[in-house]
Ligand binder design. Structure first.
Ligand SMILES: [Zn+2]
Ligand SMILES: [Zn+2]
Length: 346
């Protein structure tokens, strides 16, 4: 969070104080924030950014928050802005940094396999039957290599089997040993791993935008980008009834074209790993059966949710990965989050 510039202008101070419910009749009462609110606390627009009002109150009284500390409220009232109800505590919030630290505390250096340039880094926490590391992340059971992929790329790969271990060592979480496979081929026979070892290197990858493969076959309504997204969506929801039809409606093609995209008949050389930022389409955005209005998924979001999304985004110290994080948190599509934080949608 960037810092509030002190002192506040007179008009900002006036605007701030006007929103505090000060109770002179009750000397110990909370001073609640009466301005904009979100699920996580108050919201005060200041110096071009959304701020938590209790932080503004703290800064007005104390000047700053020492590094490594956070402001806690002794009254536990998330809307309280009374500085005498606040104290400093060690920053224990689950920031990206200490969440990474906790994750990597459960790893140890492994052996260097002959076909790899670097040694493995092995997960020492729990393992599943296949030997893959498992861990809890945001309250959900995840594969350890899925989490490390998220740390590196800011993207969740919904089906962890799509992330291949070039080292053939399932508990390995060395990001250099992980690469995305093709759900059209590799998922089915992912147990035959040996051939992954000599996979293409980064340098030899084709530049997808420079070679319009697939355009010749007449059904090239689908761009390479679309095909990758279709494969990812299919891989994440292969058991969903009507998935082909749902995707067909979404891309305005027929279901057999979607099937060809999934089985790599269409764009056979398109590689998921060339597009690490493409995410699958949430099932909630695909229409099954009846056709929804294009904007219908967006109409469900309340003003409060929109504000919460803007606030969370504005306050995030690092924007990288925030769009996909917020999409998961609020269960809407990343493109919708993107439009919200850009003020283009609500
Ligand atoms: Zn209070
Ligand atoms: Zn490895």
């Amino acid at each position: 969070m960037s810092h509030v510039t002190l002192p506040l202008s007179y008009s900002d101070q006036e605007r701030f104080v006007k929103n505090l419910a000060i109770r002179p009749d009750k000397p110990d009462a909370c001073w609640e924030w009466r301005g904009g609110r979100t699920a996580t606390g108050g919201r005060f627009w200041l110096q071009g950014e959304t701020r938590y009002p209790h932080i503004v109150a703290w800064l007005l009284a104390n000047g700053d928050i020492p590094v490594g500390f956070q402001v806690l409220r002794t009254c536990k009232n998330r809307y309280c802005c009374r500085v005498s109800h606040m104290k400093l505590g060690h920053a224990t919030r689950t920031t990206d940094e200490n969440r990474k630290e906790r994750f990597f505390a459960k790893t140890r250096p492994g052996a260097k396999r002959s076909h790899m340039d670097t040694p493995c880094l092995e997960w020492t926490g729990g393992h599943d039957i296949g030997g893959y590391g498992v861990t809890r992340f945001d309250g959900k059971q995840k594969k350890a290599h899925q989490v490390v992929w998220f740390f590196e790329h800011g993207v969740w790969i919904p089906r962890p089997g799509l992330i291949m271990h070039a080292c053939d060592n399932p508990p390995c979480v060395n990001i250099e040993h992980l690469k995305l496979g093709d759900p059209g081929k590799n998922v089915k026979d992912r147990d035959q791993k040996g051939r992954q070892a000599q996979g293409p290197t980064h340098g030899s990858r084709t530049k997808p935008e420079s070679v319009p493969r697939g355009v010749k076959n007449g059904r090239a309504k689908l761009k390479e980008f679309d095909v990758i997204q279709i494969r990812l969506t299919f891989a994440a929801n292969a058991n969903a009834h009507g998935i082909y039809e749902g995707l067909a409606r979404r891309y305005r093609v027929d279901a057999s074209t979607i099937r060809d995209a999934v089985t790599s008949k269409l764009w056979p050389r398109a590689k998921i790993e060339d597009y690490p930022t493409i995410k699958p389409i949430p099932l909630s955005e695909l229409s099954f059966g009846h056709r929804k209005g294009e904007d219908s998924p967006f109409a469900k979001i309340s003003d409060a949710t929109v504000r919460a999304i803007q606030l969370e985004y504005d306050q995030a110290p690092k924007k990288w990965g925030m769009i996909s994080k917020l999409a998961r948190q609020f269960d809407i599509s990343p493109s919708h989050v993107h439009r919200i934080v850009n003020g283009e949608a609500r």
